[in-house]
Design a protein. Sequence first.
Length: 195
Amino acid sequence: MDFYRIERGDPARRQRVAGWLDGLQGVRPETREAIVTAWVSSWAASPFETLEEMPYSLIAPAYRLMDHVNEVTRAGIDLARRAARDWGRETDPEVLVPILVLHDIDKPLLMRREDGVVRASPLAAELPHGVPGAMMLREMGFAPRVVNTVATHATNAPFHGSTTEAWLLHYADLFATDHALMSTGGVPFYQRRPS
């Protein structure tokens, strides 16, 4: 299945990606470069011309993916500080930051805009959210903990990781998701009733 290819991209595209991602200053230069390459590759394989056009989700299509990713990153880093202080659980920024920044790396591949409406792409019918991103990250040589956490982070995944990083991503992602939902007139997860 050829739904992406790893691509460094031109300097302007790399600079554009690096310019919108929070958290990159907290990792080594080689990790930063790998994160930027992952996003450049996803963007190049997507149907979206600009980063700003990429929607966060089918449930909040007017909310930008780039805003969601940065909210998750900032919240996850804040929660990691609290986990270290309050729980005695330390995390390695070289693992946590890539997880936070790359958790939705496959979303540009799973959606498309058709006549102004955001719809699921054909790939979304074949692979669940998290799996295409994890495949890309594995091919790029990211640590297994990064790959596994990205693969299993979606709320509807059949199972979830038990690492500190997985918990931090989960809560940061839901926090940012509720903001996206409320910002676009949706009902936040914490107020939803079971069906």
